[in-house]
Design a protein around this ligand. Structure first.
Ligand code: 26Q
Length: 829
């Protein structure tokens, strides 16, 4: 249909009066409510009011980025852990104050409205939240980057704690709708599954393939705006939702099988029903492979469609103008899918398609744990994605030629490097496919990237050293300081101005204020921390019924529950402190409130036991009148992005105590540091870079280093540590004597056995002494409050390096090579 809609789009006025008018219009005419209205409607009206203001810049950004010749990057990820959006957009559009005034005019409180928004919990933990911080920084830096992910109906499960046990509940985050997403059925893509490959000769006698007899699923995009910080850029996160095809339904329906047709519809729509809640891979689930291919295929088809719209069918320059960043191996089937699309759909030859593929794909690794590397059975691939299996075999054949050229006589090397792991049940090694298909492979912290080159991917590094690089993670200061910690933001702005928000390196201007003679600043900094501790203590009282005294050290460990992260080491320390109190060894005692939070994968039995143990220790400790305020312990239920926004600003001590060499980076460590927490940490992941930035005087380092762990592992004898250490004996005795589980004897036997096993890969007991001694140092430092505050200020002031703005600039400089694109103000063209 023709239309004459004017090209020019007016920016909407955003005074408190204009916002009020808009808000009322939404509430009354769009939602159809007025007074006495449920809070979710108020949230919707506020969000849509704001969305209108985001929309103008969204149009303009798209127009600027879709001009001929603009190079674009695509972030492909099975997870985007976005959290809430309202507060973030308000900051980016500089409308927080105006919106607050508007709502006050209606006797409403902005923070209360913000708290109605459901977290977009479309991720497990670090990897998913990193994708969200990356999106924020790319928009804030005017980088033309689009995110591609899945529109899960249910995000990360909600965690309930029942008698100390984790229970999972579905996360119905879309129950009240999502005002930020726009459904775009006009850009629906079709994704194939099953069927078989038919080869034929084209008119030039070239061998070509058809993928036939497939079962198709539709991918419907939902677009989410990603606003940049005060720069008018609005990028796009496109999330695909699965839908059944019409023909499929009709065919079955006409055949009279109504139930059958509904079942088929269900099985199609199941693909994006739920996020897999495993943060280290649970291998082999067919539905997970369907999700991965669904994302890869829909996204790549969409990108090719938009390429042709702009540049026609000419793929000569495609690789110069497009780059894909794969978030771990999860979207790695993209390597084969891009080959398929270019060859089978766009009629390119193998060499041309391979040149494009290997110039456009880049891979980020997020784990060193060998058991977490993704593998898929060839058998499953054959059934589900037969055409892609053909292509993977051919990629591997070419790759094996390259391996033979480098190591001509070494058959073993071929076996080790092959994309296909041979055996009775051959498997496809996704990390190998990712490395072979990418021009860039990066780790996420300095140590992690070095270990990849020296260990896990050593032979690949020998083959292609130029591919490998490091990109140390970061977090966005807009969410993790400005939004989470408005009091600190105000204090920093008053002290050094507000340029640090868009350039976090400038936060180092706070360093002079750490000096002990800066009494006034110290007092204000402490007052901010105190207020944030009160805010958290209030929530802990409400949710756990435990009274945290804000004069105590707030000692916090929040992250996914995993043995390598060693929540158990923290638990042993809790028991040690309790035992000291019970023995009356309380000279110079420093009161502590220990908070632990995090979800265990539902099938991870040991992780669930650890949650139960911490809850049981907490119960005994908190109810012992002899303990009182000396020690309080709480387990924070349902830890998520929004809770971290309250927790990080309230922490005095950040626990980053993984076994050295196991935590790829960590990003919670950075959020705590920015907000002035001191870190007790091992020499692992980005802890090392935090230590370098802040200096060892302002960091509590403990534990064995990677080389020491490796040297000890073959002859590790936990019993030796027990025999030499009275404190450890006391702790283990309390555990073994069912002191924390009198009513459920022996439920912690597995934990005790794992700690005492010479095969314990996490070597918890080896670090016990060093951890307890360092915790004592923490307590002694706390006694000197002016010293503590100085160190705390130094942590905030040294956090400049850990902004994802810096991370994204490095990705762009070394990998993506995009030009910044600013939306044109004024007339939209
Ligand atoms: C794989 C297969 C099947 C189902 C699920 C998965 C799966 C899902 C999520 C595997 C891994 C993840 C998430 C991993 C993760 O969050 N890794 C963390 O990434 C952070 C960002 O780089 C790092 O800071 C952490 O060190 C790393 O543990």
């Amino acid at each position: 249909m023709k239309n004459c809609i004017p090209e020019e789009i007016q920016t909407l006025p955003s005074t408190p009066d204009a916002l009020a008018k808009s808000f009322k219009r939404y509430l009354i005419y769009h939602i159809g409510r007025k007074t006495g209205c449920p809070p979710n409607y108020l949230f919707e009206a506020v969000s849509k009011t704001l969305r209108d203001r985001v929309m103008v810049n969204w149009h303009k950004t798209r127009a600027a980025q879709e001009q001929k010749g603009v190079k674009q990057a695509y972030y492909l990820s099975l997870e985007f852990l976005m959290g809430r959006a309202l507060g973030n957009h308000l900051i980016n559009l500089d409308l927080t104050d105006n919106m607050r005034k508007t709502l006050e005019g209606f006797c409403m409180d902005l923070e209360e409205i913000e708290s109605v928004e459901a977290d977009a919990g479309l991720g497990n933990g670090g990897l998913g939240r990193l994708a969200a911080c990356f999106m924020d920084s790319c928009a804030s830096l005017n980088l033309p980057v689009m995110g591609y992910g899945l529109h899960y109906e249910y995000g990360m499960f909600r965690q309930l704690i029942n008698h100390g046990y984790q229970e999972e509940e579905p996360d119905q985050w879309l129950r009240h709708g999502n005002p930020w997403e726009l459904r775009r059925p006009e850009y629906t893509q079709r994704v194939h599954f099953g069927g078989r490959t038919e080869f034929y000769r084209d008119k030039n006698n070239h061998l070509r393939a058809h993928w036939v007899d497939t079962h198709d699923v539709l991918a419907v995009p939902y677009d989410v705006p990603i606003s940049g910080y005060k720069n008018n850029t609005v990028n796009t996160l496109r999330l695909w939702k699965a839908a059944a095809t019409e023909e499929f339904d009709l065919y079955e329906f006409n055949a009279g099988d109504y139930a059958g047709s509904m079942a088929a519809k269900n099985s199609a729509e199941n693909i994006t029903m739920v996020l897999y809640p495993n943060d280290s891979s649970e291998n082999g689930k067919e539905l997970r492979l369907r999700q991965q291919y669904f994302l890869a295929s829909a996204s790549l088809q969409d990108i090719l469609r938009r390429w042709e719209l702009r540049e026609g069918k000419n793929y000569q320059y495609f690789a110069e103008k497009n780059v894909f960043q794969m978030n771990d191996t999860h979207p790695t089937i993209s390597v084969a899918e891009l080959m398929r699309l270019l060859m089978d759909e766009k009629n390119l030859g193998w060499d041309q398609a391979w040149a494009i593929t290997t110039k456009t794909l880049a891979y980020t690794n997020h784990t060193l744990l060998p058991e977490a590397l993704e593998k898929w059975s060839v058998e499953l691939f054959q059934a589900l994605l037969p055409r892609l299996l053909d292509i993977i075999y051919e990629i591997n054949a070419h790759f094996m030629d390259a391996v033979r050229a480098k190591w001509p006589t070494n058959i073993e090397k071929q076996r080790q490097l092959s994309i296909i792991e041979e055996g009775p049940h051959p498997q496809i090694r996704m990390a190998h496919l990712a490395i072979v298909g990418s021009f860039s492979v990066n780790g996420v912290a300095d140590l992690h990237s070095k270990l990849l080159c020296q260990g896990l991917f050593k032979d690949f590094y020998a083959l292609w050293p130029e591919k490998f690089n490091n990109k140390t993670n970061g977090v966005t200061p807009r969410r993790w300081i400005v939004h989470a910690n408005p009091l600190l933001t105000k204090l920093i702005n008053k002290t050094i101005g507000d340029e640090w928000i868009a350039d976090l390196s400038k936060i180092s201007q706070l360093k002079p204020f750490a000096a002990e003679d800066q009494k006034a600043f110290h007092a204000q900094f402490k007052a901010v921390k105190q207020a944030n501790k009160q805010r958290l203590a209030h929530i802990i009282q409400e949710t756990c019924g435990i009274a945290f005294n804000t004069e105590s050290i707030f000692d916090i460990q929040v992250k996914r529950i995993h043995e390598y992260k060693r929540q158990l080491l923290n638990a042993l320390h809790m028991i040690h402190l309790y035992s000291q109190i019970k023995q009356g060894k309380t000279d110079n005692w420093v009161n502590r409130c220990i908070l632990v939070g995090g979800k265990a994968a539902p099938s991870y039995v040991m992780a669930k036991k650890i949650i139960k143990l911490i809850n049981n220790i907490a119960y005994v400790v908190n109810n012992d009148p002899e303990v009182g305020d000396k020690l309080k312990i709480a387990f924070y239920p349902n830890y998520d992005v929004s809770s971290m926004e309250i927790i990080a600003p309230a922490a005095d001590l950040s626990e980053q105590i993984s076994t050295a060499g196991k935590e790829a980076s960590g990003t919670g460590n950075m959020k705590f540091m920015m907000n002035g927490a001191l870190t007790i940490g091992t020499y692992d992941g980005a802890n090392i870079e935090i230590l370098e930035q802040v200096g060892e005087d302002n960091f509590f380092l403990f534990g064995l280093k990677v080389n020491e762990i490796e040297a000890l592992l073959p002859h590790y004898q936990p019993i030796d540590y027990l025999q030499q250490d009275n404190d450890l004996q006391n702790v283990m005795h309390l555990l073994k004597s069912n002191h924390f589980n009198a009513l459920e004897p022996h439920i912690f036997d597995d934990i005790i056995n794992s700690l005492l096993s010479p095969h314990d890969p996490w070597m918890t007991l080896a670090d016990f002494r060093s951890y307890v001694d360092t915790q004592n140092q923490v307590a002694q430092t706390w006694l000197n409050q002016s010293q503590w505050i100085r160190m705390s200020i130094m942590n905030t002031a040294s956090s400049g390096f850990f902004s994802t703005d810096r991370t994204m600039q490095e990705y762009n400089h070394d990998i993506w090579k995009l030009k910044t694109i600013k939306p044109q103000l004024g007339t939209l063209k």
